[in-house]
Design a protein around this ligand. Structure first.
Ligand code: SF4
Length: 225
């Protein structure tokens, strides 16, 4: 018997962050997360249970004029058995699978990497998240993700320390120096006050020879979600 998944919502919209900003996607938002970032804007309190086949049938009802299916959260990899079954169905049917993940569950990623096309991975900077260090988890995760197209995203807050960025750059250099790092100013803070910090951070990335770009989240604009 297949495992049921807890899904907060299914909708089509336009990607609001990262390198695929502006691309139309079909979104499947998974319920639940293993982290508790200070800046989290996806506090979910409701879900619907689906069998993998049920979700797949629902996805097929949407007009397929989008770039890919974005499996997002929460943290999709937390529901690995369900996710694996869904990804098998979608990839077998020719859909492109895009995973948005906090980049911590490498064992689970290993189980589904073959059915993924793009991995959009968070690189959590401790002075941004107000959590402990996750470097070891991120290192293992990026190694596996690098078998497919991967890019990294780090939220930058006024509290973010330069030393955390430097540590992140070391990690990228060590594991996959061609991976692009997207710096995302925290949408809850005044971007103008962070301009100087973002400029400094861009310069540090350039010196480290890591390709980077500053892309704000635009979820709150018009029909972006
Ligand atoms: S990883 Fe994402 S969903 Fe989980 S707590 Fe952090 S910001 Fe929220």
């Amino acid at each position: 018997m297949s495992v049921k998944g807890r899904i907060a919502e299914v909708f089509d919209s336009v990607q609001g962050e990262g390198l695929y900003l502006g691309e139309k996607q079909l979104f499947v938002r998974f319920f639940g997360c293993n982290l508790s970032c200070r800046f989290c804007d996806t506090k979910l309190n409701r879900f619907i249970e689906y069998e993998p086949e049920e979700l797949f049938e629902e996805l097929k009802l949407y007009q397929n004029d989008y770039h890919s299916i974005s499996f997002t959260g929460g943290e999709p990899l937390l529901q690995i058995d369900f996710l694996r079954d869904v990804l098998r169905l979608t990839s077998k049917d020719g859909y492109k699978n895009y995973l948005e993940t906090n980049g911590t569950l490498s064992g689970e990623l290993e189980m589904v990497i073959d059915d993924l096309d793009v991995v959009a991975m968070d690189l959590k900077l401790p002075s941004s998240t107000d959590m402990g260090m996750l470097w070891g988890m991120h290192r293992r995760f990026l190694k596996i993700a690098s078998r497919k197209e991967v890019f990294l995203k780090s939220i930058i807050c006024q509290s973010t320390k330069e030393e955390d960025l430097v540590e992140a750059l070391w990690l990228i250099k060590e594991v996959n120096k061609t991976a692009i790092l997207v710096l995302q100013p925290n949408s809850f803070e005044d971007h103008n006050q962070m301009q100087e910090k973002l400029e400094t951070f861009r310069y540090i990335c350039k010196k480290a020879d890591i390709t980077t770009c500053v892309i704000p989240q635009v979820h709150t604009i018009a029909w972006f979600r």
